[in-house]
Design a protein around this ligand. Structure first.
Ligand code: NAD
Ligand code: LMR
Length: 339
């Protein structure tokens, strides 16, 4: 663990901290899968985030090199390296936020669900240690298939008796980031001031951009909507195909993951803010997990804001996503429950 002095000097308000256990004043962020395609640039962005006091890097290989490299950056976050199962407990112990991009990515021709066989077990095993070492942490899961890995982690935490639905998130920020990029490009908006909520899940038809709710208020023709919607839904595949076997989105995902982690930390510090993420939710009838805009705060999800007023086209997409999500959720749940 870190010497108290470094954490005190890293605290943003200069107040002497008696303890940093779950202290949102000196947040510890653990990054699991830190040496990967997403993990490395995400680690870079988290190292530069002034809200991060301790960046704990975990992977099964290559963590020391990534940590040595990042630790030479002149920002205040302290970097620690943890490699292999035996060091996982220490990596996540007392973490305020745990970000998980551990697992294999797609190659052309694969669906995200094709990753289930490898990644389900990875997320299950990470969650089992988190349940013991950091049961109060906010957990942000990037590992695909997100529609199933969030229920998997949730079931593991339930089994351990530490589940809090307000603290487990499937990261869908990349869908939001992409939607904002594509809408801004199409309409000539400032991309940094364009807001597009994306609801549902994180695969194919379950990705539902709410183009009727864009800020600043924007009108789309039917032709634009019917072109833009599938482009957003298939944007991950666009990158997978362009990378031609070398993996999936890593740089845009790192940016999205850093934005989301920063939003979680701001929430912990009492700076409530709104983000979309895939969580246990009653926003839509007949499905237990759904992404909608959420108010984030000191307890993670403070309020589920729901899908809001949607167009008839969007409502159809929401209805069609429910059976698909239920299939993905049931697969994750039965993976843990063993039936
Ligand atoms: P990658 O193969 O480049 O990196 C994965 C890393 O995970 C590797 O460093 C590997 O050593 C590590 N790893 C494997 N097993 C581990 C374990 N048990 N514990 C800790 N680390 C482990 O892959 P990537 O491109 O970084 O993608 C990672 C995951 O993120 C994939 O499942 C991908 O589909 C997913 N992804 C999700 C989104 C999203 O929007 N949610 C976007 C892009 C990618
Ligand atoms: C993405 O949306 O880019 C990720 O889910 C990776 C993938 O497999 O498409």
């Amino acid at each position: 663990s870190l010497p108290a002095k470094s954490l005190v000097s890293a605290s943003s308000n200069g107040i002497r901290l008696a303890s940093y256990r779950y202290s949102s004043q000196a947040p510890k962020v653990a990054l699991l899968g830190a040496a990967g395609g997403i993990g490395q640039p995400l680690g870079l962005l988290l190292k530069q985030d002034p809200l991060v006091a301790h960046l704990s890097l975990y992977d099964v290989v290559n963590t020391p090199g990534v940590a040595a490299d990042l630790s030479h950056i002149d920002s205040n976050a302290k970097v620690t390296a943890h490699t292999g199962q035996a060091e996982l407990f220490a990596a996540v112990e007392n973490a305020d936020v745990i970000v998980i991009p551990a697992g294999v990515p797609r190659k052309p021709g694969m669906t995200r669900d094709d990753l289930f066989n490898t990644n389900a077990g990875i997320v299950r095993d990470l969650a089992a240690v988190i349940a013991k070492a950091a049961p109060k942490a906010l957990i942000a899961i990037i590992t695909n298939p997100v529609n199933s890995t969030v229920p998997i982690a949730s079931e593991v935490l339930k089994k351990a008796g530490v589940y809090d639905p307000k603290r487990v998130f499937g990261v869908t920020t990349l869908d939001v980031v992409r939607s904002q990029a594509f809408v801004a490009e199409l309409k000539g908006h400032d991309a940094t001031k364009t807001i597009v909520p994306v609801v549902g899940g994180h695969a194919g038809i379950t990705i539902i951009p709410l183009l009727s709710q864009v800020t600043p208020a924007t009108t789309f023709t039917e032709a634009e909507i019917s072109k833009l919607t599938p482009r957003i839904q298939d944007a991950g595949t666009e990158v997978v195909n362009a990378k031609a076997g070398a993996g999936s989105a890593t740089l845009s995902m790192a940016l999205a993951g850093a934005k989301f982690a920063n939003a979680l930390i701001r929430g912990l510090k009492g700076q409530k803010n709104v983000q979309c993420a895939y969580v246990a939710s009653n926003a839509v009838n007949g499905v237990e997990y759904f992404s909608t805009p959420l108010e984030l705060g000191p307890n993670g999800v403070e309020k589920i804001l729901g899908v809001g007023k949607v167009s008839a086209f969007e409502q159809k997409l929401i209805d069609a996503s429910v059976p698909e999500l239920n299939k993905n959720i049931a697969k994750g749940v039965s993976f843990v429950k063993g039936n």
